[in-house]
Design a protein around this ligand. Sequence first.
Ligand code: 0RA
Length: 684
Amino acid sequence: MAMDDNDLFGEGERSPEARETRPAPARARRPVEPIATGTPGEAGYTAASIEVLEGLEPVRRRPGMYIGGTDESGLHHLFAEVIDNAMDEAVAGHATFIEVTIEPGNRVTVTDNGRGIPVDPHPKFPDKSALEVIMTTLHAGGKFDSGAYQTSGGLHGVGVSVVNALSERLDVEVARGQMLYRQSFARGLVLGPLETVGRAPNRRGTRVRFTPDPTIFGAEATLDPARLFRMSRSKAYLFGGVEIRWHCAPELVAGKSIPAEATFKFPAGLKDYLAQDTEGRSFVADQFFAGKVTKPAGHGSVEWAVAWLADDDGFVHSYCNTIPTALGGTHETGLRAVLLRGLKDHAERIGQAKRFATVTADDVMLNCAALLSVFIREPEFQGQNKGRLMTVEAARIVDAALRDSFDHWLASMPSQALKLVEWSLERADERLRRRAEKDVARKTATRKLRLPGKLADCSMSAAQGSELFIVEGDSAGGSAKQARDRASQAVLPLRGKILNVASATKDKLAANQQLADLSQALGCGTGQHYRDGDLRYDKIIIMTDADVDGAHIASLLITFFFRQMPKLIEAGHLFIALPPLYRLTQGTKSVYARDDADKDRLIKAMKGKVEISRFKGLGEMPMQDLRDTTMHPMRRSLLKIAVAREEGEDTTAAAVERLMGNKPEARFAFIQERAPQAAALVDL
Ligand code: 0RA
């Protein structure tokens, strides 16, 4: 194993009396969760071993519960737990360096120069040392000691005993009170009593060496030196007060981009870390906002480094007591709030308060690259991997630490601060614009979703150039669907006679499915809610049979449009298709006649034998004929529906009321008035 001259533990001086467990003064301690009491003495270790196994048995049975899984990540969690314990000593001000040593055979050693794990007999279990209780009892760890040691986060707050349970071998050495002690374990079982190795004057600290259990992690599972290197280095960034010494067996670094030996000490801490994390990127403001404050709100400490990236997405990496809090938590909430507040205040100072009112913390944080590290006592975590800090106080601590500092930072560089304010405003504008676009998209999507089932829509989505054929009955609908141009022509079949809008009550109108389908297909709304821009088609074409029933249905539909969507007619969207009633065939040539008069005229012109076929309805018409005569934009004839406006009174509205309204006597009077004209027509 690589060791330097500073190394705490050599062999240690051995002396017979030193082998005995040193009686230590009793300390006030929190009670430790009890484990079964063992029998004292050498023979007792067999019994005790079983009890210890019982204590850590849940960890071996369900390792995932404690380290998140038995994959690569779980494996490296073991190292995180061990180095976190050592970091706790450094953060608490008891250790100044941590040494990490990687050896072949998946052997990792972490050494610190802290106080050393207590070795005196545990008050509750006089036959066991405190160290043994810590190593073999779940939940002992950091909660063991009251007061000063309580910054401990630990991996899952479960302590080093979890590492012990999941290691095929774990050795602990403690230099404490001028003495060196040692105890070994295998899969959570003690291999022997705590040994006093010898005298160790002027040395103190803890060394934990472990090898993960291949029966838990798999025979192939190996700790990745590069990953351990990064984890170790990040600890040095996160706590400028510690020096991390890295030693790795040369054969393990071969071909990797990591050194065999390195020392990490970053007094500028997070600022250095952020510089490394954002290397080669460009920034909105070219200065970092970084600092460190101890006891900002009377306790704890906060360190931060913040930059705004001009080129890419931002990130916030937060930590509590050097433990990564990937899910954020109260400290991140504090950071977001204080950065938004600071920029808002600055915007106000430069007369931009009004514009800045729409800016949210999300806008400010979007491209913000931030490192935030808090140190607090008794942190509370939540989440599967304790990834979220829950201590409410942390938000206030962060706020108190950064507030003045951020104000000064902004005020000290006005042009950069202006850039940041402008940049945040742009983010807010972008967000609002995106939301507006999304709203439109959502509306379009729901409208599409709510289209009536009978509608055979066209494939083009733009209204411009598209047409909706309203046809009479399912069979005509079937023909029209075959005859249409799918890209631009939609078909909506209606069943039989539709409701007469002019004579129906409002309730009946509202309950009518046919008309609801029609309105939905059109998408433009009715009455005063009509919006021409929402109309889904350019031309609305009523296509009914060329008979009296067809004419009736057409008039009912026109009435509907006139009453419900007069603007649709005004804007020139409504048409009537003119399907033929007859086909006249002579040899291989066919012509179509719209009505009887048309037919007679054509027959006269044709001379000779003509085959006449009368279409009973559009449904009977061959698809080809329907297309060529009625639907094809280049060959068809359409009637445009328009509203005749006359000076004084709106005669169209009066006529519709008279002909379609709920007073039959008005219709009767109309017919009587027009009788002479009808007679004249018959006479023709
Ligand atoms: C419990 C109590 C005390 C220290 C420790 C544990 C401790 C644990 C580890 C793990 C790695 N390095 C460590 N260093 C210390 C406090 C003991 C005291 O008050 O003196």
